[in-house]
Write a protein that binds this ligand. Sequence first.
Ligand code: 3H9
Length: 706
Amino acid sequence: MGAAIPASSVVTTALHGDVLVVTIDNPPVNALGAAVRQGLLAAMQQAQADAAVAAVLLVGAGKAFNAGADIREFGKPPVAPLLPEVCRAIEGSSKPVVAVLHGAALGGGLEVALSAHYRLALPAATLGLPEVNLGLLPGSGGTQRAPRLMGVQAATAMMLSGQHLKAQAALQAGLVDKLVESTVPLAAGLGYVRELMAAQAPVRRTRDLTISDPQAALAWLEEQKAETAKKARGLFSPLKIIECVRAAVQLPFDDGLTRERALFMECLDSPQRAGLIHAFFAEREVVKVPEAQAAQPRPVASIAVIGGGTMGAGIAVAALDAGLPVTMIERDAESIARGRANVEKVYTALVAKGRMTEAAQSAVMALYTGSTDYADIAQVDLVIEAVFEDIEVKKAVFRELDRVCKPGAVLATNTSYLDIDAIAASISRTQDVIGLHFFSPANIMKLLEIVVPAKAAPEVVATAFELARKLKKVPVRAGVCDGFIGNRILAVYKQAADYLLEDGASPYEIDAAVRGFGFAMGPFQVTDLAGGDIGWATRKRRAATRDPKARYVEIADRICERGWFGQKTGRGFYLYPDGARVGQPDPEVLAIVDAERAKKGVTPRSFSADEIMRRYMAAMVNEGAKVVAEGIALRPLDVDVTFVAGYGFPRHRGGPMKWADMTGLPKVLADIREFAKEDPLFWQPAPLLEKLVAEGRNFDSLNTAG
Ligand code: 3H9
C-alpha cells in the first residue's frame, strides 16, 4: 500500500509502486459531480507531472464504478471542469490509464472508462449509456467512442435502448478488454495493470480507432431513422443519438465531439429532460414514507390470494414471479380450477413464445396451491383479497381471515374504490388491514397503490412497501377516499372529457388529442379496453348520491344500453370488426352523440387539440391538488408517479403536477377560472392551487418541503 495523496474528498490518489490508483469515492453511486470532476482532473495532472508514476488505475469505491453524471446538477449553472474535459485529460494521458469496472458503469461513468486506454470488468459489472431514459444523449464522447469500440450497430442499439450490458456481453461486444473472476476491484485492477506493464502495453486511445465500412454504417443509420422516430413517440433525444453516431462515422473525432456537445446541450435544455429526470427521482422518493422509515417490515415468506379471477390470478403471478409461495382460495372446486388455469395460462403463453422453459414453468407452478378451505392459509404471512367489488362480500372474506389467520398476518384488500377504513373496522384486527391496489394486468403493471387506513400499524405499511420492492412494483402511498389517488383523479378528468364530448368534440378527436400529448391511449379507447359495463355499473351505483345540480353526460349510458361494452363485444365507442384490437370510428356512435346534444339543447362547437388538452389537464391537475391538500397523496410527486406508472401518462412530461409546474401554475389556474364561467360547480379551483399561485410557488416546493 502506497502513501495516500489527497486530491479531493471524493477522489483520492495513492501510489502502489509506480501505479497511481485514483479512487472515486462519492456515495452512493460515485456520480460525477463537480468535486469528482475536479478531483479526477487534478489526479490526471498529478499523474502526468510525477515521474514516479508509470500507469494510472481508475477505481470506484463502494458498490459501483460510477453511475454517471450527477443528475441533480442538470438544469443548474455548469461548474468547470465539464466532463468532456476530464475525459480528454484521461485519454490524452501519456501514461497508460486502466479502468476497473464493478457494479454500475453507466452514462458518464462508462464514458470515463471509454476514455481510459484499457478496461477490465468484474463479473457483476453492468455497462451502459442509458442517457436516453433521461431525455439526453451520452455527452462526454460516448456517442463517438462506443461506435469505434463496439461497432456502429451495437453501440447505437445500446444507446437507443438505454439497456445495460452484463460484463460477459460487454466483453463480447468489445467494450471491455478483459473479464476476471474477482470481487475486489483494486486487487484485480492492479493485477491487470501489472500484466499490461509486463507486456509493455502502450497507451491506446479509443479516439484513434477507425470505423469499418463507413458507407454501410451510414446506410444502416439512415434506415434506423424512420424506425426510431416511430418508436420514440415524441421523444427527441433518440434521433439526436443517431445524428451523433452519423457524426462519429463521417467526421474527424474532435468535430464529432463538438457535434455531440451541441446536440447534448439541446437535450439538456429541453422540458423532456426535466420531465424524465423528475420521474427518475420521484420514483425513488415515493418509497420514503413516514411509516416505512419508522417501522420494520414483518417477514413475508408466503402469501394467500383470495379470488382467482383476472385480478387475483395476476397478483398470484406477480408473487410467484418473486419466488413467493402462493395459496389461492376460491369458493368451490370449479372456481379454483378456473383460478389455477388463469395463473397457468400466463406461463403457458411465455413458454409458447420461447421466453420460459417448461421446466421453469413447472418450478414456478410448484409454488402455487389452490384451495377452497380457509384453514389452509392459517400460517401465511400476508393475504391479498381480490374478490368481487362489493363491500359486503369483502367484509365476509375479512371475517373469515380474522377467524383463521395467524396473529400478525397482514390482511390486504385489492379494492379500487371501497372504504378500507370500514373493512378494517369490521374485524377485530383493524391495525393489520391495508389496501394493496394492483392494476390490471397485475403481473405486468408497475403501479401499486398502498392504501393506508387510519388505524393501520406502521409496520403493516412498512411490510407493504417491502412487498412492493420484492414484487418489483412502484409503490405509492395513498389515503382512503373514493378512488384513492389514481381512480379519484381519473373520474374527474374523464368527466371533463365527457363534457368536451357533449359540447362538440368527437370521441375520436379527444382520443387523438390525448395521444398527441403522449398518452398511449385516449379516454374512450381506455373505456373500450376496460369494458364500458364497468364504468356503467359505477355510475348506476352512484346515481343516488350524485349532486342533482352537477352536469351529467348520458352518452356513455346510451352506448352501454345497446350492449356495446367495447373490445370484448366488438363495439363500444369504436368498432372492432373481427376481433380487431385497434378500433375504427363508428358513425352510429356519432349519431348517438348528436342526438344527446340535441336533447340537451347543446349547439356543438369545435375544439382544437390544444383546447381539449387544456381542459383535460386542468381537470387532472385541479383534482391532483385537492388530493394532495387532503393528504390522500403525501406529495405532488406521489400523484406524478401514480400517473406515470399506472395511467399511461407520458413519462417525459414528468407527471401531471410536474406538467403543471412546467406550464406555470398561474396559467393553469387562469384556465380553470375561465372554464368555471360555464360550469362553476365542476371547475372549482383547488384552494391549494390558489394558495401556491398567490405565494408564487409551485408544486415542486411541496415535494422538497421535507
Ligand atoms: C450522464 O451521465 C450524462 C453524461 O453522458 C454526460 C454528462 C456531460 N446522479 O437507483 P438507486 C442516486 S446522465 C445522482 O435507488 P440501485 C439515487 O437517486 C446519467 N444521483 O439504487 C438514489 O438516491 P437516494 C446516466 C444518483 O442500486 C441512490 O443514488 N446514468 C444517480 O437500485 C441510489 O440509487 C444513469 O442514468 C446519478 N447519476 O440502482 C444511471 N444515480 O438514495 C442512473 C443514482 O437519495 N442510476 N443516484 O434515493 C441508476 O440507473 C441506478 O441508480 C443504479 C443503482 C443502477 C446506478
